[in-house]
Write a protein that binds this ligand. Structure first.
Ligand code: ZN
Length: 153
């Protein structure tokens, strides 16, 4: 189990150091900002949708925050790129279950999450759960064309 935790930590540190899909899109279809006041994490998310608006063609993020929020945004963008909006929403549900749900059912959620399962350890630290879910709340705001910035509160 500790080997697994080391591996998880390595993935998080790697994505914090070299975030994937970092930056801005030239002409995003959607843009949203997210803020986690408890930790001070903030990010801006740019989303480009495909022709009929049903799928995420491209996605980028920028901002500043703790290692968990940054790694989570990086892994989230990798996970949802190319997915339909419905698939992305389902993934967020699973991710949320992994972090806050009943531990006895998380095996099922974990299987669908792939690399996102590295955040499993975060469930032991409720304050950190907000860092890990900020990017997802921001994605939701972008897809729903929310007027107000996403917040973890
Ligand atoms: Zn944070």
């Amino acid at each position: 189990m500790s080997d697994l935790l080391d591996l998880y930590q390595e993935v998080i540190l790697d994505h914090n150091k070299r975030p994937r899909n970092f930056g801005a899109l030239e002409s995003p279809d959607r843009e949203a900002t997210g803020y986690n006041p408890l930790c001070g994490d903030q990010l801006v998310l740019d989303v480009a949708l495909d022709g009929d608006g049903g799928a995420i063609k491209d996605i980028r993020f920028r901002g500043s925050g703790c290692a968990i929020s940054k790694a989570s945004a990086s892994l989230m963008t990798e996970a949802v790129k190319g997915k339909t909006i419905a698939e992305s929403e389902k993934l967020f549900e699973r991710f949320h279950e992994l972090l806050t749900g009943d531990p006895s059912v998380r095996g099922e959620a974990g299987a669908e999450l792939g690399k996102l399962a590295v955040f499993e350890g975060v469930r032991e630290f409720p304050v950190r759960v907000k860092c890990a879910t900020l990017a997802w709340h921001t994605l939701q705001a972008a897809l729903e064309k929310a007027e107000a910035p996403a917040t973890t509160e």
